[in-house]
Design a protein. Structure first.
Length: 131
């Protein structure tokens, strides 16, 4: 099941548990949740989960999901998640000292298109650097 798949990543399990408890996971926590979660959950499921956040109503949740979909963000690297976490009070990564945590590419399997986009990005960056 998609929800069980998401729970394979300790950070996503932490976010799900925090949302279930009605906690405010912060802007970046919600952003990470949507960027990663959209590959596993339907739009309605994402809205339902985000709406459990004490600082996120249905309208705000839908707006964030639309923004992520429009920009087609790739799931963030661990380093980016840690950077974002420093900008808010809520700890997105439950144990930032453990290098195995918050690496969504280690614990989750994304659709092939995600990996293809990442490869295209790095190839384009390498080509631009050689010009």
């Amino acid at each position: 099941m998609p929800l069980e798949d998401l729970r394979k990543e300790p950070m996503m399990a932490h976010l799900l548990d925090s949302l279930e408890a009605g906690e405010d996971i912060g802007h970046y926590g919600r952003l990470v949740f949507v960027i990663v979660g959209r590959h596993f959950l339907s739009r309605d499921e994402l809205v339902a989960w985000l709406s459990k956040d004490s600082d996120c109503d249905t309208e705000k949740a839908r707006g964030l999901i639309e923004q992520v979909e429009a920009r087609d963000y790739n799931p963030p690297k661990r380093e980016r998640i840690l950077e974002w976490m420093e900008q808010q009070g809520f700890p997105i990564c439950p144990d930032p000292d453990d290098p195995s945590q918050c690496n969504v590419y280690r614990n989750l399997e994304f659709p092939p298109g995600v990996y293809g986009k990442i490869q295209e990005f790095y190839q384009g960056r390498d080509q631009a650097a050689t010009r």
